[in-house]
Design a binder for this molecule. Sequence first.
Ligand code: ZN
Length: 295
Amino acid sequence: MAVRLNESMVASAVDAEAFAAAEQLLSSAAVGEVSEAGGGATASVRAGRGRGVDVWVGVVDGCLSTECECDVERADSFAGREDLCIHAVAVALRALRGGFAWSSAAVPPSAAVLAPQVRELTEVAEKLSRRRLAVLVATFAAADPRLRTRLLVEAGELGPLTQADADQLRRSLSAIAAEAITGRWDMHDVVTAGEKLIGELETVAERPASIPAMLLAEYAAGLWDGLAAHLFDDWEHYDGVPEEMGERVRRVHLHLCEQLQPDPGELTERLDRIISKAEVTSCLDAPHEYVAVCG
Ligand SMILES: [Zn+2]
């Protein structure tokens, strides 16, 4: 369920001085891109000397609730109105001005359930110095496009896919698909091309959701359906493979649809077109999974 939150509610939770300081943070571009987390808004805020603090703002039990890394330094402060730090106010304002859709039952990051292994590894990572942790992440990100994209997005250095990015990706994805079945080719080439295509799509999904990204996912689904038809024909060797790979395409598309809430009628129309074009079956042909977004 969505809930209404406005600027005067935020303003009434802090004194005028803190509100002005938050405005100052916003106008100096210290507040990173806002994204959705647990039904609330999250962003990184530069808090002096280039250091970023993670901030989360959401509506919990009808009240504005915030979590900020700077809280660690003010852990003994009484949970009252002065508990809202300027970082949280700045993120709330940026989210409000960007038309953020607040959930009425948000879950703050501290209450989010992490997979046991992620929790354990987080505790290990917290033992490292910032510098060592940064080098470790950067080393792996340099070799992994998906992690690299995620890192840039979380640092506020990469935004949503633009139309120009999407156009370029369309061309390179269709080249990948065409090349796989040109000249002398075998099923292995089809799987390799599919992996490449889906990998590109999963990397795009690490960026903030956008309409060009959603339409790109639909285009890629059509390309994958064409490649998958060959694997379905060779079911003796590739039993289950096209379904599994197609599911990854669908997961990206569903995730983008959930984030963007496109017009249900238009989405249904586009899905019908993609599904009817598929030679064997389409990876987006899973009506029960689309109930929430297609209505
Ligand atoms: Zn703070």
